[in-house]
Design a protein around this ligand. Structure first.
Ligand SMILES: Nc1nc2c(ncn2[C@@H]2O[C@H](COP(=O)(O)OP(=O)(O)OP(=O)(O)O)[C@@H](O)[C@H]2O)c(=O)[nH]1
Ligand SMILES: [Mg+2]
Length: 266
């Protein structure tokens, strides 16, 4: 794994990828937050470009967590089941609105006997992906417990949640429709965004991970702006006195290299 490798051309995001179902998304805005777009245009994203965002993938054994990650990261699919022992991780580099952004995807074991090893890696996640098998209602029922365990190690107010139904290729449209109804209910309850994917065919896999990367990136930039008092920059811009009254630490971080005046923050 080379952190300095150039970002692949097919990992470049210029727009916010859309959700799968509006009914099960907490983020229904069509575009990136205007402050985020503005900050990226003006190179005021602070440390976000150097950050690696931790994403953990949890769920019952054999629901397809490893296959999902492998489909996205390596474009491969293995029909033979090899249980994950403890944890494994993959790094994926993106470029979002011109800013480099990396996801560290932690693939955890679903088997009970490896769970205690895996759970020691839950801490510090910025996003939690809970996977269930669209053809196995029990695995959907277990998602709440997986989430509860993952949240014990994380701050529920700042973590992004995704509920992902796997193996879509194995359901008939009628079976899928039934399962989707139940899944949407659970997604609403746990405040997660719902996706349905197939690692065998690749359906929705890329779209899903792009969405994870984009929403994570957006949350990171907003947090960074918030942290460094960028709000005040916005206030000042509206009165056409850019940067007046801002202490030197803030302005050092948020002034662009070219010291351009902000033009689009509101
Ligand atoms: N048809 C089909 N089979 C899948 C799909 N995803 C995974 N599988 C199969 O399901 C089995 C389990 O997949 P894994 O990805 O290893 O499951 P896991 O969730 O990582 O399992 P643990 O590591 O034990 O927690 C394998 O035989 C895969 O080939 C899919 O989208 N469609
Ligand atoms: Mg696995």
């Amino acid at each position: 794994m080379n952190l300095l490798a150039p970002v692949r051309r097919d990992r470049i995001l210029a727009e916010l990828p859309q959700c799968l179902r509006k009914e099960a998304s907490l983020h229904t805005h069509k575009d990136f937050h205007p402050r985020v777009t503005c900050a990226c245009q003006e190179h005021r994203t602070g440390t976000v470009g150097f950050k690696i965002s931790k994403v953990i993938v949890v769920g019952d054994l054999s629901v397809g967590k490893t296959c999902l990650i492998n489909r996205f990261c390596k474009d491969t699919f293995d029909k033979n089941y090899k249980a994950t022992i403890g944890v494994d991780f993959e790094m994926e580099r993106f470029e979002v609105l011109g800013v480099p952004f990396s996801l560290q995807l932690w693939d955890t074991a679903g088997q009970e006997r490896f769970k205690c090893i895996a759970s020691t890696y839950y801490r510090g996640a910025q996003a939690i992906i809970i996977v269930f098998n669209l053809n196995d209602v029990t695995s959907l029922e277990h998602t709440k417990q997986w989430l509860a365990d993952a949240l014990k190690e994380n701050d529920p107010s700042s973590v992004l949640l995704f509920l992902v139904g796997s193996k879509k290729d194995l359901s008939t449209p009628a079976q899928y429709a039934l399962m989707e109804k139940d899944a949407l209910k659970v997604a609403k309850e746990i405040k997660a965004e719902f996706w349905a994917v197939s690692s065998l065919t690749g359906e929705n896999v890329r779209e899903f991970f792009f969405r994870v990367a984009a929403l994570n990136f957006e949350a990171n930039v907003l947090a960074e702006l918030e942290k460094s008092g960028a709000r005040r920059i916005g206030d000042v811009v509206q009165t056409f006195h850019p940067f007046a009254g801002i202490n030197s630490d803030d302005s050092n971080l948020y002034l662009t290299a070219s010291k351009k005046k902000p033009t689009c923050c509101h």
